[in-house]
Every structure is written in structure tokens, then in C-alpha cells.
Design a protein around this ligand. Structure first.
Ligand code: ATP
Ligand code: MG
Length: 556
């Protein structure tokens, strides 16, 4: 589908174009390589769109690879969620679904070959000692006492590591490169470690697991990936990526290219921090509609097209920056404005009795489903003596610029008649509980014969057939522009990020809306049915508010 939509050009695309022109690459092969230790977020969407559109633009292919090399953090539910979310975003890996764990045996053999060539050794140092020996940016590292073991000894020990003869962390396999390298990643990086945790796919077969650095480039090579795209933090790993490919018997020579990750204001885009929000129970789960995860955005009602449109306008460069949340929201509105059908829903109802409308009578008025889309058609709404309007559309003592209802004032009811406020009914506490109004029967969908004008149009639903619903309004999860910079993200959540309104009155056609359909509640924003919705208890999420609502409504 959308995989055909090319992204605007960028430096990676130019690289691929040049490699194809020069015959360096025959078929471009990219991959999206998530680790199944959490759900995908908007940052991953950037990597997904980039990899898949690059491949399809040049008639290549993009693989989905689950980088499952750390069973202590990984889980089947994450694998399933990743597949679902990539598909939902609109991308198809075809037959090219891979797992790093498919290569465990090959990676083990490759490690053996590295030992045989004198480029790897089994180390007895603990993780902490290794860190200490590694040195720092200013101080060179020190060589481990195990560094000069014989090949035979290394092979024997590595086999024993594999066979579960040692405890977790007791030994590791390290590359033998250069402890005084200016690049810390080349100071004898760890290639395999011992872990007894069962693996979601290989179970208890393996007691040792390759590190990211060892598994990644070799998996790229095994899959014949040509252009391995990743974020800037891996730039310093590239010399190691290349070193390993050079020393190992690999079937192809992929190259790594780095681009700046997506950062967005008021948002955390890091699985670790998102996991904290889930684990501390501050959100209802990975798919809480306030989460920047793809599953959260889906539940919130954000269409995948809006995400892709947003990503396609981002720069792909090597410069880190922060994108405004407003830029993302703009794309959501743009898309929904074109595609969402309109409905009437009153979030905070105030009852109106139309005194000159005969009791027991009702009629139907025609409402357009989407003024942006002629094919969307129309529907019928019931009009009757008792209706609900939005409480906020009435003011007892309105200021001059308030064009909605007030004592003695007249407005148009959307798709129907002029309505004039005659009388206010209050309870003992002085709260307005009802308005007594009159309507002008000569104004049905047309201006009155006397030519008088009203400045406000308000929405309404009939008390005869309105359905009740719960509505959940969302604001950004963090009011702070850069959450998580200091302190714990879970303590920085804006308590106003979720407001639940019960007892909303909505037009009856909304009871048939299914999950996944975007709807505009006129003047209130874009909404969708939440997963929690049941026939007896409808629940709607506000995907996003309208840019501005009240004042721009034009009469007639
Ligand atoms: P996180 O930082 O959230 O933990 P990660 O990088 O650890 O994410 P991976 O599963 O390793 O998550 O990521 C899969 C791919 O997505 C990688 O190629 C990674 O570079 C890319 N990616 C992750 N976050 C972003 C982001 N914010 N912007 C662009 N690409 C990203
Ligand atoms: Mg990572």
C-alpha cells in the first residue's frame, strides 16, 4: 500500500542511489530490527518508515528482524505486539521475518572461528572488573590477565560456557582488539555472555547469548542486508561492526549508516522510561491512549496515515533535534479533518425544553456526514421538544463577544431551527438545570423570512433518542517540555492528562460506531470508540481537540 509512497530525498537515499548506480549494490535490502523487550513507539515509527520506504522505492526489500539476544528482558507478548504494530502502520515484510535467535548456532560457530584465528578469548573477569579495566575516554584500558590464554584453552572454556558448566557472569567471550584504542567499543568488547534465563524461542537450549554487537552485523550479513540503518548512538560501534565483518567468514558485507533519532517535546521515546510508566501503574498499560506507543496511538484513534505523513516530513539527518508535539498533532488533525465523519455529541448536557414545540411531536432533520467529502452522504437526526445542548454554550451573563445562548438571545441549532432562550430554571443552589426556549418554525435549514441573523451555531441532541456515553479527554502526558531529563518520569505525569466525563449525550448513530473508526464530534474534537466500550456502556476517547471551535462557527 503506502510502501509505494516515496519519502522526500535524504542523505541515506542518495547513498543507496549512488550504490545502485555504481553497481556496488544489486538489490537494496534493509531491515527494521527491534528488540522484543517492550512495545514500539513513535521513534520506532521513524525507523520503520525509513527502512521500508527506502527498500520499496528502489524495488528492494525490508526485513523485520526480532533482535532477541537477551532473554532476561524479552517476551512473546512483545514479539506479537511488534508484528501487529508494524502491520498496522502499513508495512509488510512478506516472507522476510527473521529472528537473531535463528542464527545462534551460526554465531556460535563464528565465535569459534574468531578464537581459532586468535581474535577472541574467554575472560574470567566479572562485569564490574571488565568495566574497571576498560579505562575511560581519557585513560587507556588495561589488559585482562586472561587475555593471553591459548587457543586450545579458549576453545575448551567456550565450549564449557556453552554447555552450562559455569554460573551466569562467571566468564565471557571477548574480542581481542586493542585495550588502548581511542574508541572504547574496540577495547576487547564482550561477544558472548552466560545467561540461564529460558529464551522465548529457543527455550533452555542455550546457556550463552551473543551481545548486540556480535549478533547485529552478523545477522545483517546472514540476511544479505545491504544498508543497515540505525540511530546515531551506534556511530561509535561502526568500527567494531566493520572489524567483525572483516574477521569473520560472513556471506555478505553490509554497511551501517546512522541517522538522528526522533525526539519529541512533552514525550518520552525510550522503552526503558515507557516501561517505568507501565510498571509503576501510572498508565493503564503499554496501550494507554496517552502513551506514544503505536498501540497507544491506535487506541487513542490516531490513524496510521497521520503517523506516516508526520514521519515523511521529518528530516533524516545526522543532527539531533526535538520535534514539537504540535507538529504531530497538526498531521493528525489534517488527516482526520478530511476523513472523519461528523456526528453530534453533547459532552456536558444542559436540558432545553422548547415550549412552542408540541409535546409528543418529533421530526427528522438531515445532517451532512462530512462537508469535506461529498461521498460521505447524509443521515437523519430526530428533533423534538426536549433536547440537550452543551452547558458551555449558555451563559447567564454573557460578555459581548459570546455569540451563543444567553437570556433573550437567539442561536441556530445545527441542521435545524433558530432557538431563543426565554427562561432559566435553577435548583436551590442556584445552578442552572434547564432552559425554557422557543424555536422559529420558519427557520428549518434556512434563514428566517424577516432576514434577521444570528451569530452562533450550536450542536444539540434530542432527549428522545440520545444515548449515554462516557468520554475520556486527553492532554499530553507531560506538561513538561522535556520529561525525564531529571528525576523519574513516572513522577512527572500531568494529572490533567486524563479527564473522564460521564453522562454525555450522543446521537444514536454513534452507538454503532466500531473500534478503529474516527469520528468528529462537531465542535468538540475527533473521537473514537475505546476498547473498554460495551453496548451498555459506550466509551469514547478524544483523539485530539479541534484547533478552535466556538467562535468560528458561522450562522447559516
Ligand atoms: P529505546 O531507546 O526506546 O529503548 P531501542 O533503540 O532500544 O529503543 P530497539 O528495539 O533496539 O529499541 O530499536 C529498533 C530500531 O529502532 C533501532 O534501529 C533503533 O535505532 C530505532 N529507534 C529506536 N528509537 C528510535 C527513535 N527515537 N527514533 C528513530 N529510530 C529509533
Ligand atoms: Mg537499543
Amino acid at each position: 500500500m503506502n510502501q509505494e509512497d516515496p519519502l522526500p530525498t535524504n542523505f541515506i537515499m542518495e547513498q543507496v542511489r549512488s550504490d545502485l548506480d555504481k553497481g556496488k549494490t544489486a538489490t537494496v535490502v534493509t531491515r527494521f530490527p527491534p528488540e522484543p523487550n517492550g512495545y514500539l513507539h513513535l521513534g520506532h515509527a521513524k525507523a520503520i518508515c525509513l527502512n521500508f520506504s527506502l527498500a520499496s522505492q528502489f524495488n528492494g526489500r525490508c526485513h523485520l528482524r526480532l533482535d532477541d539476544t537477551n532473554p532476561s528482558k524479552e517476551d512473546k507478548q512483545y514479539i506479537d505486539a511488534i508484528k501487529r504494530d508494524v502491520k498496522w502502520l502499513g508495512y509488510d515484510w512478506g516472507d522476510h521475518l527473521y529472528y537473531a535467535s535463528d542464527n545462534f548456532d551460526q554465531l556460535y560457530q563464528m565465535a569459534l572461528s574468531l578464537i581459532e584465528a586468535g581474535y577472541a578469548y574467554v575472560d574470567d573477569l566479572s562485569a564490574e572488573e571488565i568495566r574497571e579495566y576498560r579505562g575511560s575516554l581519557t585513560a587507556p584500558g588495561r589488559e585482562s590477565p586472561s587475555r593471553n590464554r591459548t587457543r586450545e584453552e579458549n576453545i575448551l572454556l567456550f565450549e564449557r560456557m556453552k554447555n552450562g558448566k559455569f554460573a551466569d557472569g562467571e566468564k565471557v567471550l571477548r574480542a581481542k582488539i586493542d585495550m588502548s584504542s581511542g574508541n572504547i567499543n574496540l577495547r576487547d568488547p564482550v561477544l558472548f555472555r552466560i545467561l540461564r534465563t529460558p529464551h522465548p524461542r529457543t527455550g533452555t537450549l542455550w546457556k550463552i547469548y551473543p551481545t548486540y554487537d556480535f549478533a547485529h552485523g552478523q545477522s545483517d550479513a546472514i540476511e544479505h542486508v545491504t544498508h543497515s540503518l540505525c540511530t546515531l548512538e551506534f556511530e561509535d560501534h561502526r568500527p567494531l561492526y566493520d572489524w567483525l565483518l572483516e574477521k569473520l567468514p560472513v556471506p555478505s558485507r553490509p554497511r551501517q549508516f546512522e541517522f538522528a533519532r526522533l525526539n519529541m517535546s512533552h514525550t518520552v521515546l525510550s522503552k526503558r522510561n515507557l516501561m517505568r510508566l507501565v510498571d509503576t501503574g501510572r498508565v493503564t498499560g503499554w496501550d494507554d491512549p496517552r502513551m506514544p506507543t503505536l498501540s497507544g496511538l491506535r487506541r487513542r484513534g490516531v490513524p496510521p496515515e497521520a503517523i506516516r505523513n508526520f514521519i515523511s516530513k521529518l528530516s533524516v539527518s545526522k543532527r539531533e533535534g526535538v520535534v514539537e508535539l504540535a507538529a504531530f498533532e497538526f498531521e493528525i488533525r489534517e488527516y482526520l479533518n478530511q476523513h472523519a465523519e461528523r456526528r453530534l455529541a453533547v459532552l456536558k448536557p444542559l436540558k432545553v425544553t422548547i415550549e412552542n414545540y408540541p409535546p409528543g411531536k418529533s421530526e427528522q432533520v438531515t445532517a451532512s456526514n462530512n462537508p469535506k467529502d461529498e461521498n460521505a452522504g447524509t443521515r437523519l437526526l430526530t428533533f423534538s421538544r426536549e433536547i440537550y445542548i452543551e452547558r458551555d454554550d449558555f451563559m447567564e451573563d454573557p460578555p459581548k463577544k459570546f455569540f451563543r445562548l444567553g437570556p433573550g438571545r437567539e442561536v441556530r441549532l445545527r441542521f435545524s431551527y433558530y432557538l431563543k432562550c426565554k427562561e432559566i430554571v435553577k435548583d436551590q443552589l442556584g445552578n442552572v438545570t434547564e432552559l425554557r426556549c422557543s424555536y422559529d418554525p420558519e427557520t428549518k435549514g434556512a434563514p428566517p423570512p424577516d432576514g434577521r441573523k444570528v451569530k452562533g451555531v450550536i450542536h444539540w441532541v434530542s432527549a428522545l433518542d440520545a444515548v449515554e456515553a462516557e468520554v475520556r479527554l486527553y492532554n499530553p502526558l507531560f506538561s513538561d517540555e522535556a520529561p525525564g531529563k531529571e528525576g523519574n518520569v513516572e513522577d512527572q505525569i500531568d494529572i490533567e492528562s486524563l479527564k473522564v466525563i460521564n453522562g454525555c449525550k450522543i446521537e444514536p448513530s454513534l452507538a454503532n460506531v466500531t473500534v478503529g473508526n474516527a469520528i468528529q464530534f462537531e465542535r468538540n474534537g475527533y473521537f473514537c470508540v475505546d476498547n473498554d466500550s460495551r453496548p451498555e456502556r459506550l466509551v469514547f476517547n478524544r483523539t485530539i481537540a479541534l484547533r478552535d471551535s466556538w467562535t468560528k462557527a458561522k450562522a447559516d
